[in-house]
Design a binder for this molecule. Sequence first.
Ligand SMILES: O=c1[nH]c(NC[C@H](O)[C@H](O)[C@H](O)CO)c([N+](=O)[O-])c(=O)[nH]1
Length: 150
Amino acid sequence: VKTIEGAFIGKGLRIGIVVARFNDLLTEELLKGALDCFERHGVERVDVVKVPGSFEIPLAAKKLAERGYDAVLALGAVVRGETKHFDLVANEVAKGVVKVSLDTGVPVIFGVITVEDELQGFNRAGVKSNKGFEYAMATLEMANLIKKLR
Ligand SMILES: O=c1[nH]c(NC[C@H](O)[C@H](O)[C@H](O)CO)c([N+](=O)[O-])c(=O)[nH]1
């Protein structure tokens, strides 16, 4: 049995990050965790694109994927407490991100935390653990895996 999997090697990769400004107390922490991960794994080329909210992530992700990045990381925070259209935003962003990755063949990692309230958000964005770092690891793995599967 031959197992194919992506390594966590950042050298030679071009990574794009799309980060939503909405709930930026949370998304900036996710970004910090992701940038820490990429830097410590030797990624030399990381570009960060900022958008107003998570709803705008898919379009920016598509533009980056079309520009030849090896992978795109989408970072956002949808907080149910604040919005009636929590599910709408969260579902549309998830569907949009998947569509971009399938349409372009470029891995787009869904790093949008969907939480009940900001405290839950902080627990995922640096207090107990930093999902940003974890999502960046998935981004490294997928970027390397897709290179192998070409
Ligand atoms: O990223 C988010 N955008 C949110 N809304 C803004 C949305 O992403 C768009 O920016 C806006 O609808 C303009 O298109 C959120 N809420 O509504 O609560 C949210 O929790 N998180």
